[in-house]
Ligand binder design. Structure first.
Ligand code: GRF
Length: 191
């Protein structure tokens, strides 16, 4: 299973995939790591693991078509089987979603369909959960379509919201679960 992993930030979910591939528990190969943010620490993680990295963003490619072609070229060059969005903050162009429909997954740090959609990312998600008084939060891996955080859910896992939680303490608890269910979701695809 050849993977392309899209990131925008720290890349701890990418690291979970790197580690499970290295251990052999995940029978997959990360052929390309693509980031819209050239300063993403996840790119350092990829380089440390000897992976091919690509900085592809609308800033680098001022023309929309060039940008879309740059993404498609990488996915085709490496004969990607599964696209994994791991902390990726952009919508994929619809040309990519169409070509890889059914073979794109995303991880979201909440129990979708709640706390998802445009603008719901990072700490904003956990702030909203704490505001709501919900007793549980969690993480979701879902299929990607051309809207933020929609598409059929593959795996979801709950974590308790604890008294005194801050967005940061809740985020850390959810992140631990993300690192477990993302490799599991990729394994589901392989099976
Ligand atoms: C994670 O909570 C992920 O769900 C969200 O971005 C956060 C950072 O992910 N999309 P990572 O450490 O960059 O993998």
């Amino acid at each position: 299973m050849k993977l392309a992993v899209f990131i925008s930030g720290g890349g701890t979910n990418l690291q979970a995939l790197i580690d499970t591939c290295a251990k052999g528990t995940l029978k997959a190969e990360i052929k390309a790591v693509i980031s819209n943010n050239s300063k993403a620490y996840g790119l350092d993680r990829a380089r440390q693991a000897g992976l091919e990295t690509f900085h592809i963003s609308r800033i680098v490619y001022s023309d929309e078509e060039d940008y879309q072609n740059a993404l498609m070229d990488v996915l085709e060059e490496f004969e990607i089987d599964l696209v994994v969005l791991a902390g990726y903050m952009k919508l994929l162009p619809s040309v990519v979603v169409k070509k890889y429909y059914g073979r794109i997954i995303n991880i979201h740090p909440a129990l979708l369909p709640k706390y998802g959609g445009k603008g719901m990312y990072g700490m904003k998600v956990h702030e909203a959960v704490l505001q709501s008084g919900d007793k549980f939060s969690g993480a979701t891996v879902h299929m990607v379509d051309d809207k933020y955080d929609q598409g059929p859910i593959l795996i979801q896992r709950r974590v308790p919201v604890q008294n005194g939680d801050t967005p940061e303490t809740l985020a850390a608890r959810v992140l631990e679960v993300e690192h477990q269910i993302l490799p599991q979701a990729v394994s589901l695809f392989i099976k």
